[in-house]
Design a protein around this ligand. Structure first.
Ligand code: EPS
Length: 374
């Protein structure tokens, strides 16, 4: 599968093209729109989210809701579209880079003094295009009963101490939560209110679960085919993500092998299974068949309503970062985007193992593989 996204934050649209996606998969625009709505939701989002009402147009690759095996192109128009490809806009140059954004590093890299020419593309608005592709992949995965879900594990320093028993519990509880959380929602909401009043911003940790997978996705045979490496790479590409853990992650390093590793069991009904899942469902870069459990750390939103110190690119004098509208917290959006990126990686791993031409062929190969193994 090949994926490309295009679009500036205040350009005309967010566009994605998905090539190499199998034929015969039912894709519903309404399901993509629900994911776009989730991405724009959550307390702490800024004014832009009340301007936009993101809706996808599927421009190619489908006939009567079924994929043709041809490139799928997806378009979401921006309402706040103030920059144009063929005529000047009315926007003043921004010469002071905002700390923690791509502004300064991007300006240096591209020899630019107007930071707007960097931030238009580095904006997290681009994740609209990724969520569209992720939703297409989620709809494909549902044919194999593979589910992807996430929850807000922590927000600022408020940390959930509940462990979900299964993905059903995550889906049920987060479905009733404004914050995609499974507990401590009120404390987290109060933290957002307090932070907003202080003109500050928040980050958090999101936990992602992927279930219904067979053992055997990914590979131990070459480093770039390891499933954990592919997931980490794709999750790390989400703006503001600064850390990824698989299973116990960093906590694993604090334990002895005898207490940490998942011993192997077998039963007639379950086949091979583990009583614990500290590896997060991946060993040797290959799925074990247990749920894949991942965590990502999102740093606090970069733009502050009480601007941080910076330096003017032209005068080289100390200056305050520009006051632009921003979110207080976008942890809910980050969870939706993480689910999208995870669904893309798992779809690629499935196509790699079971073929990629048509859903029927993939299902046959998948069923034969499961029958032969378990
Ligand atoms: C975003 C759109 C952006 C930001 C935010 C995410 O809209 P605007 O720049 O017009 O306010 O609200 O982007 C960032 C936080 C960022 O750092 O780029 C969106 O659609 O998610």
């Amino acid at each position: 599968m090949r994926i490309l996204t295009a679009g500036e934050s205040h350009g005309q649209a967010n566009i994605s093209i998905l090539e190499g996606f199998p034929k015969g998969v039912k894709i519903t625009a309404e399901i993509i729109n629900q994911e776009l709505k989730r991405r724009a939701s959550g307390p702490g989002r800024g004014k832009r989210m009340s301007i936009e009402s993101d809706k996808v147009q599927i421009l190619s690759g489908l006939r009567n809701k079924i994929t043709l095996g041809s490139p799928i192109s997806l378009l979401v128009k921006n309402k706040d579209n103030t920059i144009f490809s063929q005529k000047p806009d009315a926007l003043a140059a921004i010469n002071v880079p905002r700390p923690a954004h791509a502004d300064l590093a991007g300006a240096l890299k591209y020899s630019e003094s107007d930071v707007r020419n960097i931030l238009e593309r580095s904006s997290a608005r681009e994740t609209v295009a990724r969520v569209c592709v992720g939703s297409v992949c989620k709809q494909f995965l549902s044919n194999l009963k593979i589910q992807v879900a996430s929850f807000t594990f922590s927000l600022g320093d408020i940390i959930s101490d509940k462990r979900p028993a299964n993905i059903k519990e995550i889906i049920n509880k987060t479905g009733k939560s404004k914050l995609n959380s499974i507990d401590k929602e009120n404390q987290m909401l109060a933290e957002i209110d307090k932070t907003k009043k202080n003109k500050d911003t928040l980050g958090g940790i999101i936990e992602i679960w992927i279930t219904g997978l067979p053992a055997g996705l990914g590979s131990c045979m070459h480093y770039d085919r390891r499933l954990d490496a592919m997931l980490a790479y794709n999750l790390m590409s989400i703006p503001a993500v600064k850390g990824v853990e698989v299973g116990l992650g960093f906590e694993y390093a604090l334990m002895r092998g005898s207490e940490a590793h998942d011993v192997i069991s077998h039963s007639k009904n379950k086949g091979f299974y583990r009583k614990t899942n500290n590896s997060g469902g991946i060993e040797g870069g290959i799925s074990t068949g247990e749920p894949i459990v991942l965590r990502i750390a999102m740093k606090p939103i970069s733009t502050l309503a009480k601007p941080l110190d910076s330096v003017n690119l032209k005068t080289k004098k100390t200056d305050k970062a520009p006051l632009v509208r921003s979110d207080t917290c976008a942890v809910v959006a980050c969870g939706v985007i993480a689910e999208a990126m995870s669904a893309i990686v798992i779809t690629e791993a499935i196509l790699d193992k079971f073929g990629s031409d048509s859903l029927g062929e993939i299902k046959n190969n998948y069923d034969n593989y499961i029958k032969s193994k378990f």
